[in-house]
Design a protein around this ligand. Structure first.
Ligand code: OAD
Length: 257
């Protein structure tokens, strides 16, 4: 577990920052009860093959399987709440002029915790859209207004009849329009980047700290119980669960002169 002196060091280095970017991954939601993807035992990808569940081909091959898997994840999320890590990140807005959360998570927990500027690189699992985006990108559909036979899988788009699908990004797909571009510009201009709970194995999200490192002048902090792919380029590695490390960091920032 990270020492008090490393927390104090992080707080000292962050104190004068004006533009903060926080890149988060599944680890930040783990203490809320949401599984990560690459945990060797409990991660989603330890149990399922992403090629069967998280690609456009998988959906077209077996729409009901993919739809039902996302439905089960949505049902799980209906009962989870933000944890102290999410709240600590929301609290950063009291301490810095600009804080932008760039998340790979689709669970909406940063917004639920009160973060006001959240870029959701991989979409939002609570939303749905037309598979063909027939009315423009994205063509969001409120499935609560639809009546369809759930035994058959996803409903048809009320505009064009294509399948309705979750509004998330699958492997081999583009990120939501403008999301990556804004995140890259913010990373380049950041005074500090805090990376939280990501293995750093999925592009392009994982390249954001590199933009900050090589094109900008940011101080980089990584928060994770395990050393991840991004740790080697960071200035400081704060080892531990984000629900414990981030509240300590906020407390130190509040206390620092
Ligand atoms: P991963 O499952 O790859 O990594 C989760 C990270 O969280 C690991 O580095 C863990 O060590 C760390 N972790 C575990 N518990 C933690 C805790 N309590 N506090 C902080 N960190 C903790 O998840 P992501 O990096 O988010 O994409 O995965 C990136 C993308 O791969 C996901 O958005 C998803 C997935 O396939 C798509 O579905 C497109």
């Amino acid at each position: 577990m990270v020492s008090d002196s490393d927390i104090a060091r992080a707080a000292r280095r962050l104190r004068d920052a004006e533009r903060l970017v926080v890149l988060t991954g599944a680890g930040v939601s783990k203490e809320s009860g949401v599984p990560t993807f690459r945990d060797a035992l409990e991660g989603y990808w330890a149990q399922f093959d992403p090629q069967d569940l998280a690609t456009p081909d998988a959906f077209l091959r077996n729409p009901k399987l993919v739809w039902d898997w996302y439905e089960s994840r949505r049902n799980l999320l209906a009962s989870v709440r933000p944890n102290p890590g999410h709240y600590a990140l929301a609290d950063l807005e009291d301490l810095f002029p600009q804080v932008v959360i760039v998340t790979q998570n689709v669970d909406g927990l940063h917004r639920a915790a009160g973060s006001s500027d959240v870029i959701e690189l991989h979409g939002d699992i609570t939303q749905h859209r037309c598979y063909d985006n027939c009315q423009g990108n994205p063509t969001l559909i409120d499935i609560h207004e639809l009546d369809w036979n759930r035994e058959k899988g996803p409903p048809p788009c009320p505009h064009c009849g294509a399948f309705v699908r979750p509004n998330v990004v699958w492997f081999n797909e583009m990120l939501p329009p403008g999301a990556l571009e804004r995140a890259v510009e913010l990373a380049k201009a950041a005074d500090a980047v805090i990376v939280v709970g990501t293995s750093g194995m999925v592009q392009p999200a994982a390249s954001l700290p590199y933009y900050a490192r090589w094109h900008g002048d940011a101080y980089l902090i990584d928060v994770n119980p395990e050393r991840d792919e991004i740790a080697p380029i960071c200035d400081l590695f704060l080892q531990g669960p984000s629900g414990e490390v981030l509240p300590r960091l906020v407390q130190a920032l509040r206390g620092s002169p």
